[in-house]
Design a protein around this ligand. Structure first.
Ligand SMILES: Nc1ncnc2c1ncn2[C@@H]1O[C@H](COP(=O)(O)OP(=O)(O)OP(=O)(O)O)[C@@H](O)[C@H]1O
Length: 254
């Protein structure tokens, strides 16, 4: 399902945080959002998910404006993994992932084998099946992050929004989550800080002072000029002899 934003704007106490952002993410496409700390990535994701209402502009899920859809309908189409999301209740990992099925349940559609299957598959996808009975509070930071991702996958959304999903993860799980997300036939927008990992996205959007200053293929967007102007670093490009892929090395500007 296509996700579009038209001229989105949002401010906090009169200070503009997101300014005139327009973008379209095609069905099944993976868009990486990159940008320095405080550039507006999380705020833009919250506008795209409907958690925040834009002061101007509109978000569209397919051909329907998000603002005109019920919360339940939005939750059937779109799942979100927020940064450092916390769960206060004393619940098990299984309970936490089962929450992802909530938008699909009703008096006429009680819990079924299909829901069990969605939860089991999601836990397996993030390699957390062995933790299903564990108390959430006993999990490490990276394990919690993987459970949050499993909850979003169990929702079986058509659009997936993730805020720094590889935060807290060891390198094996960083790579497996990024591979999983890229291979899902789901429209995905994810905020990332690792620019080498961001090169694996179909397209990248670059946020700077609340504006989307570049949008395009990773090799078109990640230029030495942009890395200097937006991130304040000097970059050199290397080629991995194993597969010919480009790697960026970063140097502080003295
Ligand atoms: N509710 C709010 N009230 C005041 N300022 C806010 C609010 N929400 C966000 N901001 C500010 O807006 C700016 C953008 O924040 P945002 O979290 O979107 O950035 P980000 O690009 O995701 O940053 P990071 O890479 O550090 O996660 C920051 O300067 C932040 O302090």
């Amino acid at each position: 399902m296509r996700l579009s934003a038209e001229n989105l704007a949002w401010s906090a106490r009169g200070v503009p945080i997101v300014r005139e952002v327009s973008l379209q993410v095609g069905a099944g496409e993976t868009l990486g959002l990159i940008g320095p700390n405080g550039s507006g990535k999380s705020t833009l994701l919250r506008l795209l998910s409907g958690v925040l209402r834009p002061e101007a502009g509109e978000v569209w899920l397919g051909d329907t404006p998000l603002a005109r859809m019920s919360r339940r309908h939005v939750a059937q189409l779109l799942a979100v993994v927020e940064q450092q999301a916390e769960t206060a209740e004393r619940i098990t990992v299984q309970d936490a992932v089962e929450l992802g099925r909530t938008p699909w349940l009703s008096a006429l559609r009680p819990w079924s084998a299909e829901d069990d299957a969605a939860v089991a598959e999601a836990l397996a996808e993030v390699e957390m099946s062995g933790f299903a009975g564990r108390d959430w509070a006993t999990l490490s930071g990276g394990e919690r992050q993987r459970v949050h991702i499993a909850r979003a996958l169990a929702q079986r959304p058509r659009i997936l929004l993730l805020d720094e999903p590889t935060n807290h993860l060891d390198i094996h799980h960083q790579l497996s989550i990024l591979r999983l997300v890229a291979d899902l036939p789901v429209t995905t927008v994810l905020a990332l800080h690792d620019l080498n990992q961001a090169m694996g996205c179909d397209r990248l959007g670059v946020m700077h002072h609340g504006r989307l200053v570049a949008l395009g293929r990773p090799d078109q967007v990640l230029t030495t000029a942009l890395l200097r102007d937006v991130f304040g670093v000097r970059a050199t490009f290397l080629t991995d002899p194993a597969d010919g892929e480009r790697i960026i090395r970063f140097h502080a500007v003295s």
